[in-house]
Design a protein around this ligand. Structure first.
Ligand SMILES: NC(=O)c1ccc[n+]([C@@H]2O[C@H](COP(=O)([O-])OP(=O)(O)OC[C@H]3O[C@@H](n4cnc5c(N)ncnc54)[C@H](OP(=O)(O)O)[C@@H]3O)[C@@H](O)[C@H]2O)c1
Length: 289
């Protein structure tokens, strides 16, 4: 199509300047630049697998049936990692993220009834009570989840500070998941700020903890890590679905990935989708069987 240059029309669909050419008849043509502009890396989330590649609403592509697995909730894991497997910078994961990643994180948080987190992560990332906004409630209800998610912190030692924000909203008491053998004095103090699930002796019996969550009516649980908790969940064969944001960064150091510890077996998963925005990849895998 002939092209009339103006500030608004001088940009292609991805925002890059068009290549403007005047032909021998004096007609001006504007062409999309040939490289680097597809898929747009800075305008909305694009799904590149399964095909066809298209712009998507993340709320739609993460929506799915997630049935109970026997007598326990479906368990999802969400983590962000650099290309080389770094999952924190100085004890926090925020430097690995970006605006698109935050949106996807928010979308994934509309899926579970309970958000499970290891005590180290809950403390280092200063967990807050989950959102109670009207829009979040509406998105959660559309996904078949409780209107407001609950946080469940896993800890054997119960050494964390009870003045942390997640313990400060009585209307949104978190759950603390600990052992039967936990120090009774600490259990007593924690119970002033949180509901307790106690199972397992030297360490938390994670399958039983999930069954107890099903007893509370939870159908879907999301682990937000960290890697030690994820490793324990993997060892117990409890991971049904993994959301991995690959950040376009490399960090080196002692990178050990999103699940840590002795892994007695390799679990196979299938790729469900690949999204991209801002040079991030958002991968979704689920249990193969
Ligand atoms: N990139 C990401 O997406 C992401 C996500 C989350 C966290 N992170 C980063 O990961 C780091 C923390 O990860 P982490 O692996 O060191 O720790 P973590 O998994 O967050 O927490 C480990 C703690 O959880 C408790 N725990 C876990 N499994 C248990 C079980 N079966 N029984 C009893 N207690 C259990 C223990 O708490 P007690 O010691 O209290 O007994 C253990 O020390 C932070 O730097 C955080 O920023 C990154």
């Amino acid at each position: 199509m002939p092209f009339t240059p103006s500030p608004a029309s001088a940009l292609g669909t991805c925002g890059e300047p068009l290549i403007v050419v005047k032909d021998i008849f004096g007609t001006i043509w504007g062409f999309e630049p040939p490289f680097g502009s597809w898929p747009c890396q800075h305008r909305g989330v694009h799904q590149i697998f399964p095909p066809p590649a298209t712009e998507v609403d993340p709320g739609d592509v993460y929506h799915d049936e997630r049935p109970l697995v026997g007598d326990r909730p479906w368990l999802m894991v969400n983590m962000v990692s650099t290309i080389d497997g770094v999952t924190d910078v100085d004890g926090v994961s925020a430097p690995l993220g970006g605006p698109g990643d935050k949106d996807i994180f928010g979308t994934i948080r509309t899926l579970p009834d309970i958000i499970l987190v290891g005590s180290t992560t809950a403390v280092s990332e200063r967990y807050n009570p989950p959102s109670t906004s009207v829009s979040t409630k509406a998105r959660r209800l559309a996904n078949g989840a409780w209107p407001v998610a609950r946080i469940a912190v896993v800890s054997g030692r119960l050494d964390f500070d009870l003045t942390l924000p997640m313990f400060q909203r009585p209307a949104q008491r978190p759950i603390v998941v600990t052992t039967v053998d936990a120090d009774p004095v600490k259990v007593e103090k924690v119970s002033e700020h949180a509901d307790l699930i106690q199972c397992g002796n030297t360490s938390v019996d994670l399958p039983q903890a999930l069954r107890d969550m099903a007893g509370l009516g939870a159908h879907r649980v999301l682990s937000e890590g960290g890697p030690s908790l994820n490793g324990a969940l993997l060892r117990a064969g409890l991971i049904d679905e993994v959301f991995l944001s690959v950040s376009p960064l490399m960090g080196g150091g002692d990178s050990r990935g999103i699940a840590r510890g002795d892994i007695p077996h390799i679990q196979e998963l299938i790729l469900r989708h690949v999204l991209t925005e801002d040079h991030f990849l958002f991968l979704r895998y689920s249990r193969a069987t």
